[in-house]
Design a protein around this ligand. Sequence first.
Ligand code: AGP
Length: 622
Amino acid sequence: MCGIVGFVGKHQAAPILLDGLARLEYRGYDSAGLAIRNGEEPAEVVKSKGRLKILAEKTDNGNSLVGNCGIGHTRWATHGEPSKTNAHPHVSGNCTGSGSGEVESEVVGVHNGIIENFKELKEKLLKHGYAFYSQTDTEVVVKLVDYYYKKYNTDPADAIAKTMVRVRGSYALCMMFKSHPGEIWVARKDSPMIIGVSNGETFVASDVPAILKYTRNVYYIGNMEIARLTPGEVTFFNLDGDVIEKKLTEIKWDAKSAEKGGFEHFMMKEIHEQPKAVSDTIASVVKDGRIELENIGLDEEAIKNISHIYIVACGSAYHTGVVTQYVIEDLAKIPVRVELASEFRYRKPLLDKNGLVIVVSQSGETADTLAALRLAKEKGIKTLAIVNVVGSSIAREADNVFYTLAGPEIAVATTKAYSTQLIAGYLLAIQFALVRGQIDEEKYSLLITELGTIPKKIEKILEDKERIQWFVAKQANAQDVFFIGRGIDYAVCLEGSLKMKEISYVHSEAYAAGELKHGTISLIEDGTLVIGVLTQGELYEKTVSNMVEVKSRGAYLMGLTSYGHYEIEDTANFTVYIPKTDEHFSASLSVIPLQLMGYYLSVSRGLDVDKPRNLAKSVTVE
Ligand code: AGP
């Protein structure tokens, strides 16, 4: 989604803004722009279509834009095609492209989100003599702020508040007013935005990595709140214009964690960070061999009272929910339903009042997941969020939060966050199983001990990554790939297939192996790559049979199984082995070769691994 960065302080703003925007590139974008103010001078606006480097070249890396106060934006088009005209910042005057519109404009602003009633507001403004140069909803908001500012001859906080009352939708807005030099004004509803301060300077951004290099001290601006940023100071207001006090929070992530650290791509770096991310997440709740969940509202009584569990999420986070469903139902014997957040929020779900809704999200900002969480809360159901980004909207709104400790995840394709979400699911399942009398102390200890071995086992798989690279190099021209498995293996197939699709642009499908015969098998042709995942003892033979069925129809087979199942080589053309583990945890290991396959296929096809086309890291709009 769009990325926003703002800065006011002692240094030249434009290079800082460009650096911050570059760190938000993973959010996806199609154009970019800056607005810089030099003292009392009106804002200078520069925009360009395409990659950020075009804007950087145009401005000599920001050095040609003089001024210590500015806002920047990378746009991911929602209203209006990607173009220089539709790129942000937008101005309240008539943007002629010659710069005169910018000079006359009182308000200049950037926006992330969607204004749902922008057409109606545009009509209103047209009647009041405003002219529009772009197709964006953002231009409408900027002009509406200008309208209220002038109509009521008021201050920015009041003009913004009046605008917020009129607009429907989601937004993180960042604006400068010509008559208020040295100030940046921001407002937020349902779109992420954080404000950082350090040494007499103030930063605002859509996400932490943009400002981590400069400060780790941040304020979280709440929904329907406004803030004025001046050098080193921030004042927060509510819609009535009352000042709100906020506490400064220290972000624990260190700046290096948002750098590539010698790897060619963030995705490969993050794949290698999985052992640490997994072990940190385990250590966050396992103390002296016991899982402690009291801090997240799950004491013994609360656990015993859970009648149903509803896991709600999107994309890969949903896939971890599918794994967790198998594990919780098998270990703790609690009925679990897993739902896509985009479906859950509109299907009027019937939820048991003693149920627990678990939402899973790396970013904590996914619009559908946030809406699902709010729906569950409205219905009075207890909510738990498994979230990676501290202070994100979902983290703030859920009744309780289980933080995964993956650190910043930059690559669009999730790897380490996925792995830590699995761990969170296992930990809940093990504790629920013990408290509800489904496993004894001995089994409990065994499971926790086994969980502790996962990081080393992931490392072992990574040591052999070149073998997967070699195999993938031979598959670089694959057109269609099928992933088949049963139970937890099927859940992993969903993730393996998504990894392949999103970064390699190769059509792939995950199929429950037993379903193939019900239609999909007709797609198998000579040489079609079919990857069978077989880590579940009871289901092993059944999946082998399905692999044999597709092989007899021409499929080229890859088997992914645990060491010891060497007979798979009688069936598969190529086999990848993973270390043995408790079968409940096998997804944590079997997913690693599949992540590597997606990665290497993308590299071999010369694609942009970290920033795949059309995709954004955090999907903050519907
Ligand atoms: C996975 O690689 C994708 N980036 C995507 O499916 C992602 O998992 C999904 O958009 C959910 O994001 P979240 O975890 O931030 O809510």
